[in-house]
Design a protein around this ligand. Sequence first.
Ligand code: AMP
Length: 129
Amino acid sequence: MGRLGCVDNSTTRRTDPDCLFCKIVAGDIPATVVREDEATLAFRDLDPQAPTHVLVIPRHHVADVGGLATERPQDAVAVLDAVRAVAEQEGVATSGYRTVFNTGAGAQQSVFHAHVHVLGGRSMTWPPG
Ligand code: AMP
């Protein structure tokens, strides 16, 4: 069994015992959850960069958005739909919000469990730093 070999056969949902976000999914680390469904979890970022800063993650462990798209396309769709729902719930859908998938250490990805940042509630500049 490999490092990511912890598989719940009833759902084929993969978890990584060393992954911070898998621990949040399991409820082993507290988080301010704002939305959840069968495939995704959305919670407030610990170090918010905007008045609204929510992370949307698949419950299934996969390292990044590329892996999510190839391994779990149904979860990729669920994550995007959760982003839409979170933006509405947070009241930023109309004013505008930014979605960011940092992918790889060079792009400042620090947690290697796919996640999208949903940022809103302030004006944004472009290009990002
Ligand atoms: P990234 O740098 O794109 O990998 O994003 C990881 C994000 O996770 C950062 O914005 C962190 O502030 C956030 N983060 C780290 N630990 C926690 C935690 N326990 N609860 C909520 N957000 C966290």
